[in-house]
Unconditional design. Sequence first.
Length: 280
Amino acid sequence: MQRLVPVPPDLQPWLMAAVVVDAPAALAQSHFPAMVSSMLVVRLAGQVVCRGEPVPPSAWMSASATATVYEHSGPVRAVGLVLQPEAAAALFASARGLVNTLRPLAELVGPAWAEVEHAVRAAADDGARLQVLCQFIRQWVAPPSLCEARRHQALALLHAASDDATDAGQRLGLSQRQFERRFVAHWGMAPKQFQVIARLNSTLGNALAAPGDPVVGLAVDQGYYDQSHMARDVRRLAGQPLQALVQGSRSPVSEHWPLQVGALAQPGQPLERAASIRKR
């Protein structure tokens, strides 16, 4: 029901993956965990509701600090791009500081989006539709766009957040409180909250990649105090116990398909990537 498509190498700083979703009418919901990445989605068929409100046909789905349920009406088909965590506010200045939010792409992009959406819907197949979306990103970030500068600013905040609380602000010449305010203004959540959700995303990805591995070892590897600490975070931020999520995602038609996509799309922790890029 979903297919993950690798993104072109030149767009990997901006995109984690491209995805094609083909959900049958029997699938009434999609369950998303809290996540630090966001998505750009064009829906080709079906209706979707989130928190009682219709989801726009072409939408940006922000990072989220809570588990989110999307209700389907009829078969749902869509194509989309999974953005790197630091990409959203770099691509769309008005997305800065937003979490738990849906926005029509026309609001973020402006009048130019109408032509892009028309080309997506007119394309011959899903591969061609994704190519249209990728080309839009490629043109959107091309110089003299400020996107690249904003992306590096976001990475600098992530890298500083990977330090301890005392050093985080000093790295950027800020007090700890100033740094935290700047981080919240950019990401819409405090550094600690971002780290907790990023760790959850990594935990879920590793659990799905190796479902038979001991849970205790997973908790240790992901930096939790113990198994109970991990279990509380997973239930609070993904909505269900870890074992239920792993089992539920094994079905080819599963309301937890976003976990399957996330597990395949996520190569590493955003904070780790920020540190490695900064060192280059």
